[in-house]
Design a protein around this ligand. Structure first.
Ligand SMILES: [Zn+2]
Length: 126
């Protein structure tokens, strides 16, 4: 459940433009449920993040306003963000057919901000 005030920022909050752009980029490749996830974006807010300082955001969809997506996996699309020696990536996570998280992971330093969407090469799950 969202708390009243986490101190850092007011939640839930609208998606920021770079976040929306990255999600739209991940949804630019076709996979089962993609169209439904795209339709959910307009009804999605951010209701949390990761305390490590990375750019991971938890997503919450207004479920009465959008249909669940018939995805075949809870992680239907991802992308590598590797640069040089670093290894990192983003994964779009889906729960009960609804967007639930844009997870940013790395093995070294936390990825604190999302890369420009046009540098992302989305890879659908097989
Ligand atoms: Zn984190």
């Amino acid at each position: 459940m969202p708390t009243e005030d986490d101190g850092a920022e007011d939640l839930p909050r609208p998606l920021r433009q770079p976040e929306r752009a990255v999600i739209e980029r991940l949804l630019a490749v076709p996979f089962p449920g993609r169209d439904e996830l795209l339709a959910q974006l307009g009804h999605t807010v951010v209701d949390g993040g990761c305390r490590c300082g990375c750019a991971t955001i938890n997503l919450s969809v207004e479920r009465s306003a959008a249909a669940p997506a018939p995805v075949v996996t809870t992680a239907p699309v991802s992308a590598d963000l590797g640069e040089g020696d670093s290894y990192a990536g983003v994964i779009l996570l889906v729960r009960d057919g609804f967007l639930s998280c844009l997870e940013v992971y790395s093995i070294d330093e936390p990825v604190r901000s999302l890369p420009p969407a046009d540098t992302i090469r989305p890879r659908p799950a097989r």
